[in-house]
Write a protein that binds this ligand. Sequence first.
Ligand code: NAP
Length: 481
Amino acid sequence: MNTQTNFDLVLFGATGDLAMRKLLPCLYQAHVAGLLHPAGRILGVSRSELDTAGFLAKVETNSKIHIKQNFSEEAWASFIKRIHYLTVDVTNPDDFKTLADTVKARKETDNVVVYLSTAPKFFAPACAELANVGLNGGNVRIVLEKPLGTDLKSSQEINTDVARYFKEEQVYRIDHYLGKEALQNLLALRFANLVFEPLWNNKYVKSVQLTIAEQLGVEERGEFYDITGALRDMVQNHLMQMLCMTAMEAPKSLDADDVRDEKLKVIKSLKPLTSADVDADVVRAQYTENKGMNGYLQEHNVPAGSRTETYVAVKAEINNERWAGVPFYLRTGKRMAGKVAEIVLNFRDLPNHIFENSQPAPNRLVIELQPTESVRLYTQVKTPGAGNKVELTALSVDMGKAIQGRRAEAYERLLLDVINGKLALFNRRDELEAAWEWVMPIMENWENSPTPPHGYAADSWGPEAARELLARNGDKWHEEQ
Ligand code: NAP
């Protein structure tokens, strides 16, 4: 993919962690790969009183260290020529006039991307000020980082405020999981092959598991994490996107709205959770001290007695013809025994067994998003020698090894898509709000519940209650299969 689109990328929060650690290094990679228009400009903005040289000194110390491949001093020198800096305090209207003058002075720009890598409370005021200075015309795109609100109401408020100044097709809501190759590959696996789709339904699939497990704890981010928790941080967004890509029908085309219409249908078909469902089908838990690792409540800046969940498991059901009766287990946790993001389809048992094993394990398809990008189809093969036993063995494809070519990080792909005006990998408003609507009963139940979170030992696969959740249906989590 090459872009001829000349652009001005106005990067709010340019001095922040996300910009330094991810956005600028990803832009560097796109630059080195020749994917940015030669005249495309990156205009870093934030509150700090800096000039371009001062900002570049920060980039040199805080961002360059995050470039893990394709680094050369020569390429770096040509990359940073794109970067300029301007002090813009979101709360100061005069700063926006200077910003508008700077952007508008450059006549040859095809489009202006304004990336709001700041706290969400600045989204609405920034949009208002941008509109005030005329930076909301048809050639302006606005990128909103997650989290977009903390519940349905706050999300609707932000979206309504943004919609006062920008049309929906100008708004790019980031969920970086959608930028992951392996998740996009799921659509190719399902809709560009004949062999999987006929089996991709309740007749052949017994259960589906979606996991995002992290080994890290909350580290120094206790204060941020405690007001967020795993449900808001992972379930409402990343796990929901994984669920949509797994469960959706084939879209009419890969055009943005065709894909997003199908994803929305999945979210709308999720069985709404009553409070009794939450008690029965949702497990919240906190990690506890183990092997010299702190428990959540011992972490820096976590308030005593906090009930914030560092682990969630949910049994979801999709009420449509394809999936009725198939449990979708979503789980995510910190301080788990492994770092993995994966989708597992457990197929049903064969109706009849003719091999010697009394009960051969059923087939299983594992789509791993990280740490590797791979697909493994567990199939029965005969064990060598006399006898007629079978053994479950993986037919495995590691995408990184099987298909040559540079694999871009999620943020690089997403940045290029915004510059090129491709909306397919971004959340539409109705999709995002439907996802909030579905998780709200969980949040409401937890707020009022007298039951504290379960505990699970740091460096384990989660609480016993999550094991029991699956056992009720005769299922097991993937690591136990
Ligand atoms: P951060 O390190 O706290 O940086 C915040 C940025 O906002 C700084 O550049 C700061 O500028 C700027 N800022 C603060 N007040 C401002 C104001 N009044 N006017 C203009 N700029 C102002 O935050 P971050 O971690 O980069 O996160 C940015 C956004 O991305 C947040 O919405 C976050 O939730 C989201 N996000 C972050 C990550 C991550 O890994 N960090 C991952 C996913 C999503 P000064 O330094 O000049 O004050």
